[in-house]
Write a protein that binds this ligand. Structure first.
Ligand code: ZN
Length: 280
């Protein structure tokens, strides 16, 4: 039984439709300051007033991290089927593909960071909250496999609402599949850097997002498994204000490094360079 189709569809270069781009001005999600959309965009979607890191499209993220002209997308034609016959799922996916100029919630490929080739996957939370369905899991797994066969460092820029409920158990199976592929990547002695961006939750946190040799989080990113409310109701305790933030998780040892978006590319370049050096 197949879970996805191959489709002919290219990653277009136009900016996806999204609320924040609909006007000339927008409001910061955190401090509510009114900001010119252009200003926010040129500042990598980071609020110039309070520093809040807004969600970023995969295309923009690629531009901010990968050397110009060096990216080659792989497996872009994988397209999800509807294994559970979930009502309205196909229409929803079609609509999101159109609105976001994406085939799925993750873009994968090979590109260069400061001259060094890397296998990179970027999740886009504008596409169904970058939930992990069978195609997301398959694309991430194939990227890991390419990274092993070409002996390239692997970078996953994660963002996700968690498992994709419309695909039920097929979605949960992706956690095991991606984790097994990463175990092989680890056995091959290759570097895997996971970058956690706002928000990274659920099954993605509980699989490839937190299996990095080095785990970097963007400033202020919410990272967790179950949400705050669910945890509070379960343990019947009030949680600290900065619970499930990048900074809190660094304090607790889950995250190695918290960086601003402006520092991310140079941080990755430095880590890749150090690793290359150690390999001789
Ligand atoms: Zn702000």
């Amino acid at each position: 039984m197949g879970f996805f189709l191959q489709r002919q569809r290219k990653l277009k270069t136009s900016t996806p439709k999204r609320d924040i781009n609909e006007g000339i001005y927008t409001k910061c999600e955190s401090c509510k300051e009114v900001i010119a959309v252009m200003q926010l965009s040129s500042n990598l979607e980071v609020c110039p007033t309070c520093g809040f890191h807004h969600r970023m499209t995969a295309k923009k993220r690629l531009e901010s991290l990968i050397d110009p002209g060096s990216f080659k997308e792989i497996n872009r034609r994988l397209h999800t089927l509807n294994p559970l016959n979930f009502p309205g799922y196909e229409e929803k996916i079609e609509g999101l593909m159109e609105a976001n100029d994406l085939n799925e919630a993750v873009v994968t490929g090979i590109g260069k960071i400061a001259g060094e080739s890397v296998a990179i996957g970027i999740m886009d939370s504008h596409f169904l909250m970058a939930s992990m369905g069978s195609v997301v899991g398959e694309k991430v797994t194939r990227l890991i496999e390419v990274s092993i066969s070409r002996r390239l460092p692997l970078i996953m820029v994660c963002a996700s609402g968690g498992a994709r409920m419309q695909e039920g158990i097929y979605s949960l199976m992706q956690m095991a599949k991606t984790s097994a592929a990463l175990a092989k990547h680890n056995d091959a002695g290759l570097l895997y850097i996971s970058v956690l961006t706002h928000p990274t939750m659920g099954g993605v946190t509980a699989s490839f997002a937190t299996l990095g040799d080095i785990i970097i989080a963007e400033k202020g990113a919410s990272v967790g498994f179950a949400g705050r409310r669910v945890v509070e109701q379960t343990i019947k305790q009030k949680l600290p204000d900065h619970f499930q933030t990048a900074e809190f998780l660094q304090e607790k040892g889950l995250v190695d490094l918290v960086v601003s978006r402006q520092e991310l590319k140079q941080t990755l370049a430095k880590l890749i360079d150090l690793h290359e050096g150690s390999e001789g």
